[in-house]
Design a protein around this ligand. Structure first.
Ligand code: NDP
Length: 246
């Protein structure tokens, strides 16, 4: 018996990077985990296999975060297939950069739909199905609260919106003991932002501890928030960025 035994979790964008690490971390502590993906079916199935080989229970659901209905259907599938819903982690995201004068409306729609609208829709759907004492965590970014370079207006806007969503939802769902929080990772070694990428040195230059997060660092913080230890923590922001925003 571990601390998430009996809990059911849904992690969006769980095929790679931070979402895959979160899915495995929650499963390690006993949660049954569903993870969504957009295109990486093989990678999503590999995460499911890893969890099952370690003795856990998992399923992958193709659900594009740009599609409201797909998100709502994913929530329903989790409830019917895994027996309920206790934990939602809004992780799926995209990182589009560009000067505000140059960004296209397609860029605007894509970023807002995936990074902000989808978490709203998922929280709304989950709120109707989640058991009392549930947990909701959205993955924001340290580039929400602070914008150290040009080209980030759209991404920062999408991530800052999660802060208001988190605080508002915390107020709505608090009477049921459901917590809602946002985690702001800094530079984290994934496909989106490889630690040896062209732009990695300027990112390390901002940090107090000049070292990229591994996805597991973020997953461990999420795990704490969704566990019994986090029961009084809600409407809050958690920055994990090696001190870049300090
Ligand atoms: P990756 O690019 O490595 O992985 C992104 C994940 O999101 C994949 O599982 C991908 O699925 C999924 N995804 C993307 N678009 C969609 C969509 N339309 N519908 C469903 N799923 C989708 O990113 P990271 O792991 O680095 O990032 C995860 C989160 O953390 C994001 O919200 C990001 O903004 C945030 N973040 C990341 C930082 C970093 O330095 N890496 C820093 C701060 C925040 P598929 O494989 O199918 O494409």
């Amino acid at each position: 018996m571990t601390q998430l035994t009996g809990k059911v979790a849904l992690v969006t964008g769980g095929s790679r990077g931070i979402g895959a690490a979160v899915a495995k971390r929650l499963a390690k502590d006993g949660a049954a985990v569903a993870l969504t993906y957009a295109g990486s079916e093989d990678k999503a199935q590999a995460v499911v296999s890893d969890i099952e080989q370690a003795g856990g229970r998992a399923m992958a659901i193709q659900a594009d975060s740009r599609d409201d209905q797909a998100i709502e259907d994913a929530v329903e599938r989790v409830v019917s297939s895994l027996g309920g819903l206790d934990i939602l982690v809004n992780n799926a995201g995209v990182f589009l950069i560009g000067d505000i004068a140059e960004l296209g409306r397609d860029d605007l729609d894509r970023t807002l739909n995936i990074n902000l609208r989808a978490p709203f829709v998922a929280i709304q759907a989950a709120a109707r199905r989640m058991r009392d004492e549930g947990r909701i965590v959205s993955i924001g970014s340290n580039l929400g609260p602070r914008v150290p370079w040009p080209g980030l207006s759209l991404y920062s806007m999408s991530k800052t919106g999660l802060i208001g969503l988190t605080k508002g939802a915390a107020r709505d769902l608090g009477p049921r003991g459901i917590t809602v929080n946002v985690v702001h990772p800094g530079s984290t070694n994934t496909d989106m932002n490889p630690a040896d990428g062209e732009m990695s040195d300027p990112q390390r230059d901002l940090m107090a501890i000049p070292r990229y997060n591994e996805a597991d660092d973020v997953a461990n913080l999420v795990r704490w928030l969704v566990g019994p230890e986090g029961r009084s923590v809600t409407g809050a922001e958690f920055t994990i960025d090696g001190g870049a925003n300090a």
